[in-house]
Design a protein around this ligand. Structure first.
Ligand code: NAD
Length: 472
């Protein structure tokens, strides 16, 4: 595996775009330079958008079959380059290659690409009577701007780019400056197959020029699909207002898990752990607060801690690492701050002390309540607060008290009872005896300040279209 990647280029109209400067990307596992990414500005953005705009009419006119074939070809090409992409992700994101790490992320990207290829939105006849015919068409929007975060750089880019292409749009893709390398390579790979201009890339350091903001207000971008934090998503919405952009906003959450008194602590321990600690907790729909009934509170904590104690944390390239480092210093500091405050009121059951560099061990803290910042703030890292409750109505009220609502879970031996509780949770997805397992055929999105719009499945595809009705 290479230690440092030379600059991966931007692509506009199928051609590599050179920038005057580039920025360093750090490997969070070693602190070393992982590679360099182009530091683009307004000119490069305009060039990418112009290329996408010019390519749009011909692509929008292609048949469903052609677009499906192109998406399948992209899936095959990602699969053929799976190991290269996985290694890039590990290098810049830090997650392990194995387990639920980089190779798994690429597997997910391929599965989503294929499923998206198979979707379609045919014209629908709404009425066909003596009074006339009414047909509803789904039409592509134009240029879609994709803005992605640093936690699943390739999979989330695929979630944005593939449905945009499948429905006849063209794309400008912007990765997070924390993890640009694998996503830029993904766009290079797509350009080996697709007509010029369909997928273009821009990347920029966090600096005076804000590429995401420039995209969100760009005259020639019709839609922004954004995955990231609530605060940034709100800025996207503000910047997009003037040009009346279509938006899909997949933002932060603070998912609650509620363990009912009839759950089996031993049986659910592994699911609870992975629900909370997948990708080191740096997952939008990870379980970020755990409410456990008093009757089984201690047994659940014991079983969870026993499972978590065996999890090896280490550099992503080491075969025995199960979890990697926290991806960046700001996120690491946030986790450290929230844990330090939680330790003042709660009991540390596991972890609780920062490790070397950006490594932070899985941390479980019990004895916390609604007033603790680790409970009401999204930690987005490997620290889980456990809250004891006696009345399920109270647990539900606490779970629903926050202004975000991405996912949630209910843990019980009685599925029907769990479903009744699930339906009262204020969030976009609820899992019974699991947490965070998304799949390409199930629409996924947040309620309240977690955003709006959904991704995946037919409902997700519709978000890349406008409706046109023809009366004849
Ligand atoms: P972030 O909001 O800091 O950054 C996301 C992206 O927005 C990056 O590409 C960034 O460069 C860009 N950006 C920065 N300023 C911008 C602006 N003014 N306008 C437009 N774009 C701008 O988020 P992050 O730290 O990369 O990711 C972590 C957050 O993302 C967490 O809150 C997490 O819950 C959320 N997330 C949500 C989902 C979901 O599907 N709902 C998935 C993954 C992550």
């Amino acid at each position: 595996m290479k230690d440092t990647i030379e600059t991966i280029g931007l692509i506009a109209n199928g051609e590599r775009v050179e920038t005057i400067s580039r920025f360093e990307v750090r490997n969070p596992g070693t602190g070393n330079v992982a590679g360099y990414a182009p530091d683009a500005g307004q000119d490069e953005l305009d060039r990418a958008v112009s290329a996408a705009k010019a390519a749009f009419p011909a692509w929008a006119a292609t048949s469903d079959e052609e677009r499906a074939a192109a998406c399948n070809a992209v899936a095959d090409h990602i699969e053929a380059h799976a190991e290269e992409l996985a290694q890039l992700i590990t290098l810049e994101q830090g997650k392990p290659l194995g387990g639920l790490g980089s190779r798994w992320e690429i597997g997910g990207a391929v599965a989503w690409a294929r499923y998206t290829a198979a979707l379609c939105l045919p014209m629908k006849v709404l009425q066909d009577t003596n009074e006339g015919k009414v047909e509803m068409y789904r039409k592509p929007l134009g240029v879609v701007g994709s803005i992605t975060p640093w936690n699943f750089p390739v999979m989330i880019a695929v979630w944005h780019i593939l449905p945009a292409l499948r429905s006849g749009n063209t794309v400008v893709s912007k990765p997070s400056p924390m993890t640009p390398l694998a996503s830029l390579r993904l766009v290079e790979l797509m350009n080996e197959l697709l007509p010029a201009g369909l997928v273009n890339s821009v990347s920029a350091a966090d600096g005076a020029f804000n590429m995401g903001a420039a995209m969100s207000s760009h005259e020639d971008i019709a839609k922004i699909v954004f995955t990231g934090s609530c605060g940034t998503g709100q800025k996207v919405m503000q910047s997009g207002a003037e040009t009346m952009k279509r938006l899909t906003l997949e933002m932060g959450g603070n998912d609650a898990g509620i363990v009912l008194p009839d759950a089996d602590p031993q049986a659910i321990a592994e699911g609870l752990f992975w629900g909370a600690f997948i990708n080191n907790g740096q997952t939008c729909a990870a379980m970020k607060r755990l409410y456990v009934h008093d009757d089984i509170h201690d047994a659940v904590c014991e079983a969870l801690v026993a499972y978590a104690s065996n999890i090896k944390v280490g550099e992503g390239t080491l075969e025995d690492s199960v979890l990697g480092p926290v991806q960046n210093k700001a996120q690491f500091d946030k986790v450290a701050r929230l844990v330090a405050a939680a330790k003042e009121t709660g009991q540390v059951l596991l972890g609780g002390e920062p490790g070397e560099g950006l490594f932070y061990p899985p941390t479980i803290i019990a004895g916390l309540g609604a007033d603790d910042a680790l409970v009401y703030e999204e930690q987005f890292g490997p620290a889980l607060p456990v809250i004891r409750y006696t009345d399920v109505e109270d647990a539900l009220a606490q779970a629903n008290a926050l202004d975000v609502g991405l996912g949630g879970s209910v843990w019980s031996s009685d599925k029907d009872e769990a479903k009744a509780v699930a339906q009262r949770m204020e969030c976009g997805t609820v899992w019974i005896n699991g947490h965070g397992g998304i799949q390409p055929n199930a629409p996924f999105g947040g309620v309240k300040k977690s955003g709006f719009g959904v991704e995946f499945g037919e409902e997700g595809l519709k978000e890349y279209t406008d409706i046109q009705v023809i009366f004849s």
